[in-house]
Design a protein around this ligand. Structure first.
Ligand code: F6R
Length: 319
């Protein structure tokens, strides 16, 4: 299947399953995972917080679990291949602490170890690049932490209904970004989306992308704008959510005003949809189309991730 076909099938990956855990007995939830898998945990954690779930949740993107994580925590290890060493390290560390992590994977060592140790495994279909299986990984993570079938269906329908619009907008944005380093200015409700944009533009379009988050960026990033010879090498994208804090939205307006005063015309993005998840997946899917079109404009194969694979091979020499 061509890459366009893969993207057109994104909404079909958003599927509800009745696997919700009773979270009330846990002190916290930890999602472990890297890159195209880890981002599913980031979104699940954001979703839990937005929902007002009164259990802290956070993401580990590295080898070590924080020292306070014990068997009162729900640990969710997400690795599409099941062979990512950071996530395997988290899994093994959790076992040592008497925790049986819940695993989301298509196979690999993670599945093998999870089954051997009597851990729950939720499998996603094989044969994708991890970042193209985001819908499957996210669906499992959200279902685990209790999303309703209605909310999931609404998000899926929203992407399906808007697919052509998102695709066309994505192509237009790619044309504007061509030749620039994209910089995304996001908000507390859109920073996970900015992280996904970074991953997709980096991996699919072989292009650097940086992002900063409001309100924090009003305390540092903005001073970089004083340097016109550098600031003009970037193309700016400002994204926010309808439900962001009112002072954050005010800061979005101020950001736009300041950029305008410098003669900068940013791309302004706000997700469309009824729920936080729907609006988020709208912008997530937009990044898919932007990145694939940008890859085409630069003449790159959007599926190839040779440098990531080379690093993994280099590391194997030291196993
Ligand atoms: C490749 C990709 C990478 C991987 C990452 C972790 O498509 O998106 O970011 O996701 O290297 O590997 P997995 O997902 O197999 O744990």
């Amino acid at each position: 299947m061509g890459v366009e076909g893969l993207l057109e099938g994104f909404y079909e990956q958003i599927v509800y399953e009745d696997i919700g855990k009773d979270l009330s007995g846990y002190k916290g939830i930890v999602f472990c995972g890297m890159g195209g898998s880890g981002i599913a945990g980031t979104f699940a954690s954001k979703w839990l917080n937005h929902r007002g779930v009164k259990i802290p949740s956070f993401v580990v993107k590295g080898y070590e679990l924080p020292p306070f994580v014990d068997d009162s925590y729900l640990v969710v290890c997400i690795s599409y291949s099941g062979n990512t060493e950071e996530t395997l390290s988290n899994f093994e560390e959790a076992l040592k602490r008497g925790i049986k992590p819940v695993c989301i994977t298509s196979g690999g060592k993670l599945k093998e170890l999870a089954e051997k140790n009597g851990c729950e495994v939720y499998e996603v279909p094989k044969g994708f690049q991890p970042r193209y299986a985001f819908g499957y990984l996210l669906s499992k993570a959200l279902c685990l932490v209790g999303i309703s079938p209605e909310e999931m269906e609404d998000a899926k329908e929203n992407v399906r209904e808007n697919l052509n619009k998102i695709k066309e907008e994505g192509y237009r944005i790619a044309e504007r970004l061509y030749g620039y380093v994209p910089v995304v200015y996001s908000t507390p409700l859109t920073d996970a989306i900015a992280e996904r944009w970074k991953g997709q533009i980096n991996e699919n379009a072989k292009t650097p992308l940086y992002y900063a988050v409001l309100p924090e960026m009003h305390h540092n990033e903005v001073m970089g704008w004083n340097n016109p010879s550098l600031r003009n090498k970037f193309h700016y994208i400002v994204m926010y959510d309808a439900k962001d804090h009112h002072r954050v939205k005010l800061r979005v307006d101020i950001t736009l005003k300041l950029l305008k005063d410098m003669g900068i015309v940013p791309i302004v993005l706000k997700g469309e949809g009824n729920s936080y998840l729907s609006r988020s997946l709208y912008l997530v899917h937009l990044a898919d189309w932007v990145s694939v079109k940008l890859a085409e404009l630069y003449g790159y194969d959007s599926l190839k991730v040779d440098t990531i694979e080379r690093i993994k091979e280099e590391l194997k020499k030291y196993d």
